[in-house]
Write a protein that binds this ligand. Sequence first.
Ligand code: TRP
Length: 321
Amino acid sequence: MRTLSGIQPSGEMHIGNYFGMMKPLIELQETTEAFAFIANYHAMTSLSDGKALAANTLNAATNFLSLGIDPEKTVFWVQSDIPEVLELYWVLSNFTPMGLLERAHSYKDKVAKGISANHGLFSYPVLMAADILLFDSQVVPVGKDQIQHVEIARDIAIKFNNEYGEILTLPEFKIDENLQTIPGIDGAKMSKSYGNTIDIFTTKKELEKRAKQIVTDSTPMEEPKDYTTCNIYAIAELFLNQQELLDLQERYKGGKEGYGHFKLYLAEVIWDYFQPYREKREHYLAHPDEVREILKSGADKARAIAAKNLDKIRAVTGSRY
Ligand code: TRP
């Protein structure tokens, strides 16, 4: 089964992103034929600062590689390294009814927020369809907000196939049912816009400072504490195994330690968890050309598939003469 994931290169790198999106994506390489790319063309719909976009793109690639994308297992590239996707985007535009795009939630939401729409934003789902269809993707794992976009890709593929025969593979979306919401330091969903995040790659000092800001009740140190309602514990659950959790529960019940102790313990746990990834990242940050090499070789692999598919598409649509 071939899975395809597109990742917008944004600056966000907190443990909510990691457990909510990055880790499940990286794990796909163990069970599927995994394809993943940095969607830098899509990011142009919200970022016109070229320097920032280039930096974000390399940064996102570096982070994904550091956190476990294995280029031997996942075909991993940057969207703009395969310009064929823009050719397919044009071809597919001719099989995309205006109404299909006018009904897209993400487009409508942005317009409702007062963002003045340009054609890039409007046709965003067509480019996403090209991403998906160019590589014969069977399953597209997405968050809830992207389901409709995969359905649009499928609709476009059906229209194309109705005209030319079974050429494009019809994709299906997949959402991770058992994915829990990752709580932030105030217990609400961890999100940059709520200002309640814990960053992955930060200094130990910053991490401890952040841990100390986790919101708790005011149970005094010598009283037993309720771990089931505690934000520290909720975050610790992401990192600890069963035995470690039982031990922590005992400490909550023991009434010998205060929340301050648990916060410092959590900071330590998070720090240790990311230690190997941090080391890998230091290496890639010092050798950005290694990252570029990996991306280039991923693009070469993906491009071979793109070329084969485009060949068929050019033949039936008449752009090859
Ligand atoms: N639109 C997706 C998002 O914002 C990113 C994306 C672009 C994508 N192309 C894709 C996701 C193809 C899956 C498949 O999250």
